[in-house]
Structures are given as structure tokens and as C-alpha cells.
Ligand binder design. Structure first.
Ligand code: WQD
Length: 337
């Protein structure tokens, strides 16, 4: 069965392609290589022995999207990762985010609803919750006004999918990720942050390797135990496996509603200082860091209630924060060797 993975050479996309191939799916990866590299295809092949079909398409080009779906009429599912995802950049350049994250989704949906089966797995984010009142966060927690254009594009994407499902054959699962980190244990694929990393873990591994002088901890005056922000860091391989399970749910028509929502996290919150301590343990080296003022837009705490994913989806994260940091560290050393 042919599955399209948009953003298939990206961080979460590439790990999901591996898990799809492990389950025997035929995969067509689409990527415009704006935040990934073609070598990722070889990394996937080294893990699974099978190079996925690949098409270099910019999903902002409506004609290119139409062309693609005319060619691949045997597609039974689409996992849509392709999007710009840097919160800070989205504030500076909102139109890039609305064009890339919203227009592309519209063009894909316009083609999908012409297929006999329209099964979409949508890459959403816990960012839609903003600063939720209650921890851990459940799927029925209210969606707060977005704190960035990036977050807004995820909220808009979810709303578009609900509206389209209302009047078409579209079936969809919205997966709200918490904080994806780590890399495949083979160190054949991982996170390729181009430029200065915005996210915590790639900045940690680059600092540990001496590529960065020290980590800046954005504030230790939050109302948490050690004063630093709390997040739910989930191993990217656990996250990838959840996508395959969600897709299989739609293919078996086991979904209870046309659109279903699941939080994907470990259910455990870790503070920035706890991540640093865990990294020092797995790497065996001290991490240089300094406390600096808070980063605007950061929420104090966000970690998932995973009951629905566990009970309904039948998925549970198996890998720990230390597993993820170990794999991230192994990957960083590999790509810089
Ligand atoms: C984690 C914690 C920072 C860097 C964002 C998006 C989310 C998703 C993941 C795409 C925070 C602190 C970070 C640093 C630090 N992106 N930090 N020094 O902001 O929770 O989530 O990325 O889907 O949608 O919102 O992740 O890794 O940037 O930050 O102290 O150099 O680490 O303040 O508390 P975040 P992050």
C-alpha cells in the first residue's frame, strides 16, 4: 500500500519513513530540501535496505501538487509533515509560514478528496494549547490564542481538516507532538539543524561537541521546582511509531470519528536543568551553560496526559529521556566526525 510522506526527508518524517517501511508499506517521500538533505535517503536505505521513492516538490506550487496526485492515484494515505517550524522565525516572517504551512495543506486536501480513500495524518503540536491551565494536558484542553504565527498555522490546519471532513470522505488523525528529540539508534538518520539550533537538545549536543561555547538557559525564575521551564521530551522513534499506528487505524477504518486528536508525549515533564543533568550523565561530560533572561513566548510547563493515546490508539512511548539524549549525542558525534 502506497503512503505519501510529505517532509519525508526531515527529522520526524525520515524516522517515520523507516517505521513505515519496517511495516511493509511502499513509501513516496516528498521534500523540497529547504530544511533537509538528499543524503537522508541513503541513511534510510542503510537502515531498512530499501530506498523510498522520492520527489522533490515544493507543496506551495499548486500545479506540482496536482501533477503528483495525478501520477500516484494508488495512494491510500498521506502523512503530512512538510512545514516551517521555527517559532521565532515565524514571528519575523509570518507570510512564509502562512504560505508554506497553510496553502500547502489546502492543495494536498484538494487532491486527496478526489481519491477513493482520503486518509490524512496531520503533524500538529502541543503549541496549540499555549499555557494550559492543568497539567498533564488532555486533548480536550482548550486551544488558546496562538502565541506565534507558527502555532497559528497548526491551529488553522486543524480547523481546515475538521471543515473539510464535515463535507467530504476525508478521515484524519491530528497528532499533537510535545517535544520530539533524539535520533535513530543506528545514527544513520537524526536531526539536521541547519544554522544555529533553536531547540534545546541540538544546542546541547553541539555545545558538548565544542561547536558552541555554552548553552544559554532561558530563565531560571519560573514558578517551577528549579526555576526552569518544563517540557515533555519524546524520542523521535516512539513518535514515528505512533504515526504508523494512527495510519493503520484509518486504513482499518477503526477510527470512531472522521477526525481524531491524540497527544503524543511520554506523560513526564522534565525541566531544562534536568535535561542538562541527564545529558551530563549519558555523555559523561560537564555541559557549560549560563542562565540568561527568559525567551519571549515560552510557556512555563507543558507535558502530556497520554491516556487517550495509550487506551484508544494502543500506543505508548517506550524510550526514556536518557535514551533520547544518548541517541542524539551519538548522532551529533557521527555527523561531525
Ligand atoms: C525547550 C525548552 C526553552 C533552547 C518548540 C515549538 C514546538 C516544537 C518544539 C515544532 C524551553 C529552553 C531552549 C536554548 C533553552 N516545534 N531552551 N536554551 O520551545 O518547547 O517547542 O519546539 O513543532 O512547537 O514551540 O522547544 O527546544 O525550543 O525549548 O533554555 O538554547 O528549552 O526555554 O524551556 P519548545 P525548545
Amino acid at each position: 500500500m502506497k503512503i505519501v510522506v510529505t517532509g519525508g526527508l526531515g527529522f520526524i518524517g525520515s524516522h517515520t519513513v523507516v517505521e513505515l517501511q519496517n511495516e511493509g508499506f511502499e513509501v513516496v517521500a516528498i521534500d523540497n530540501l529547504s530544511n533537509s538533505s538528499i543524503e537522508v535517503l541513503d541513511g534510510i536505505e542503510r537502515i531498512t535496505g530499501k530506498k523510498p521513492l522520492f520527489e522533490n516538490i515544493d507543496l506551495r506550487e499548486k500545479a506540482a501538487v496536482q501533477e503528483f496526485f495525478k501520477k500516484h492515484t494508488d495512494v491510500v494515505g498521506v502523512i503530512h509533515f512538510a512545514a516551517s517550524k521555527a517559532v521565532g522565525e515565524s514571528v519575523e516572517n509570518p507570510l512564509l509560514y502562512y504560505e508554506n504551512n497553510v496553502n500547502a495543506l489546502v492543495y494536498i486536501l484538494q487532491e486527496m478528496i478526489k481519491l477513493p480513500k482520503a486518509n490524512l495524518i496531520f503533524s500538529s503540536s502541543c503549541t496549540v494549547y499555549g499555557q494550559a491551565e492543568k497539567m498533564p494536558i488532555t486533548e480536550d484542553a482548550s486551544v488558546q490564542p496562538a502565541m506565534s504565527p507558527y502555532g497559528n498555522t497548526k491551529q488553522i490546519g486543524e480547523e481546515i481538516i475538521f471543515d473539510v471532513a464535515n463535507v467530504t470522505n476525508l478521515n484524519s488523525v491530528l497528532l499533537r507532538y510535545f517535544n520530539p528529540i533524539g535520533a535513530h539508534s543506528s545514527a544513520e538518520i537524526g536531526e539536521l539543524p541547519l544554522g544555529v539550533p533553536q531547540n534545546l537538545v541540538p544546542f546541547i549536543t553541539q555545545t558538548a561537541l565544542g561547536l558552541r561555547k555554552e548553552l544559554s538557559v532561558f530563565g531560571n525564575d519560573y514558578p517551577t521546582e528549579d526555576g526552569t521551564c518544563i517540557r515533555d521530551y519524546i524520542h523521535v522513534v516512539d513518535l514515528a511509531k505512533a504515526h504508523v499506528i494512527a495510519l493503520q487505524r484509518l486504513l482499518k477504518e477503526a477510527n470512531q470519528e472522521q477526525v481524531e486528536i491524540f497527544n503524543l508525549g511520554t506523560g513526564t515533564g522534565s525541566s531544562v536543568l534536568e535535561v542538562i543533568t541527564a545529558f551530563e550523565k549519558v555523555s559523561g561530560q560537564k555541559l557549560p551553560y549560563k542562565i540568561v533572561p527568559r525567551r519571549s513566548g515560552d510557556v512555563i510547563s507543558a507535558y502530556a496526559n497520554t491516556d487517550k493515546a495509550n487506551d484508544v490508539l494502543g500506543w505508548k512511548a517506550k524510550l526514556t529521556l536518557e535514551d533520547a539524549l544518548e541517541d542524539a549525542w551519538k548522532w551529533e558525534k557521527k555527523i561531525r566526525s
